[in-house]
Design a protein around this ligand. Sequence first.
Ligand SMILES: [Zn+2]
Length: 219
Amino acid sequence: MSEPLKHKGRPVPYIAAWSGETVQQPPLIATGEGVAYAGPTPGRGSDGVLWQLWGLKPGAGEPLWKQVHGPRQRRAMRKFLCQVCGGPADRNEQGWLWLLEDDRAEGAKWPNGHMTVHPPVCLRCAPLAARLCPHLRRRGAVPVRIGDVILDGVYGQRYYTAPPGLGLLEGEQDVFLMGNWRTKWVVGGQLAASLSKCAVLDQAEVGIETPAARAAVRR
Ligand SMILES: [Zn+2]
């Protein structure tokens, strides 16, 4: 069983960046193949994506609670690791355990077809993830079993070509589909997964407090 790193006694999620880990982005240039790093720096990964380059020093400095460390996020997505402790995520015959923002109002099909950049969780860390992740805390976390996961998206920064001499223009930050031509113009930060064969669970099944229950405790 893996243990999350701690800072001043508080567990720090595996995918959180630390202040000692900086983004090392070389200058960008436009090429016939899309955006690229200038100079003798690593280019696209085997997946065809130009990934943002990060220092790797987990535990160095202060945790940056709201900033995701790209390479650890991608490792967790590819290997189905818990986003909190970095150990194996929980899986049973219904699939992997995921915590999603509560968007059940979208309809009965939700979250089938939904895309997420948040890696799965293990059973032990599920209640902790619901408390630690800002987006889950705000909206409420719903545990879901996911039978089919396809890593087919890149969350990143889009660039556009500018008139000669002006370099590149920063566009939107969004999720782009792998293999789409637009993705050649993106510096990737995180992997996104499309979810299907989903079964929504009861929050109590994995020991998660609902926002209503939290409010009741505060009163
Ligand atoms: Zn865990």
